[in-house]
Design a protein around this ligand. Structure first.
Ligand SMILES: NC(=O)c1ccc[n+]([C@@H]2O[C@H](COP(=O)([O-])OP(=O)(O)OC[C@H]3O[C@@H](n4cnc5c(N)ncnc54)[C@H](OP(=O)(O)O)[C@@H]3O)[C@@H](O)[C@H]2O)c1
Length: 252
């Protein structure tokens, strides 16, 4: 499946494009960027988390042609999900999903990040992109974690502390799992996805991935800006790319 020669060649192309840097992509302008971004190239994705949001995003990755390994602490429970998504989907442990992924998508409760960082931080730090979907939410993760994350400068910088060395880009943090499948490839204008990150190659990879899923990525700032990419902020929910740029400009 993912191991065949043409798929590997495609992945290399995708990763090499990211190696070309964000500057090249931005200089080309939106239309050129879309044409140059090989979103059709398969990129192996390790999804750490396969719950409501992990499953919804994973379905979009598979639809875009990417092989996905979903993780659970009980991978046998993911049989229905991977059967439903077909041959590009498989299940494994957290360790297996991280090893599998050219890139990793982190989509677990925020309270799980510390443990995952301690157990798998070194492996995660070798990846060119860790897409951080996670939010600190008091009712689920507890007030102490939310307070701690705020003290670090918000969700982006806090994730970087919990996953040291990872090339983190935050994305899809405040679009509901119930909506994300329905609004991809929206006719008449793509929905924007605000993203925040520090590493240009990771950002370029995330942008290509998100375009392939049928959304328009909008870089709103560095990882410190990740504090705005949580539910309940003006950037949350669904916006056009132009609206996201306007809102982000007001937040600066
Ligand atoms: N739900 C949404 O609409 C939405 C939207 C945007 C962002 N988010 C964010 O996405 C993250 C996940 O939310 P969700 O709604 O998808 O949660 P969920 O349905 O409860 O799924 C959580 C997933 O995390 C895994 N997990 C939990 N603890 C873990 C640990 N210690 N180690 C490894 N894996 C662990 C679970 O796997 P096992 O228990 O099977 O091991 C499960 O697959 C949250 O941070 C949330 O804020 C959610």
């Amino acid at each position: 499946m993912a191991g065949n020669c043409s798929a590997d060649h495609g992945r290399r192309g995708f990763l090499q494009l990211a190696g070309g840097g964000l500057g090249v992509a931005l200089a080309a302008g939106p239309a050129r960027v879309r044409a140059q971004t090989p979103t059709a190239s398969p990129l192996k994705i390790g999804s750490v988390g396969a719950g409501r949001m992990g499953g919804a995003l994973g379905a979009l990755f598979v639809k875009a042609g990417h092989p996905v390994m979903f993780s659970s602490r009980h991978p046998e429970n993911l049989k229905d999900l991977v059967t439903r998504l077909g041959p590009l989907a498989q299940a494994g442990t957290v360790e297996q999903a991280i090893a599998f992924g050219d890139i990793v998508v982190m989509v677990v409760p925020y309270s799980a990040l510390e443990e995952i960082g301690k157990a798998h931080g070194r492996a995660l730090a070798t990846k060119p992109l860790v897409l951080d979907i996670c939010n600190p939410i008091a009712r689920r993760d507890g007030d102490a974690i939310v307070k701690w994350a705020n003290e670090q400068g918000g969700a982006g910088l806090a994730s970087a502390k919990l996953l040291p060395g990872s090339r983190i880009v935050r994305a899809f943090n405040a679009i509901s799992y119930r909506r994300v499948g329905d609004i991809s490839h929206r006719a008449g204008g793509l929905v924007g996805v605000p993203i925040a990150g520090d590493d240009p190659k990771a950002i370029a990879l995330a942008e290509g991935l998100i375009r392939g899923m049928g959304f328009e990525p909008v870089l709103v700032g560095n990882l410190a800006f990740g504090k705005y990419l949580v539910p309940g902020t003006p950037l949350a929910e669904e916006h056009t790319p132009a609206e996201i740029r306007q809102i982000a400009a007001r937040l600066r």
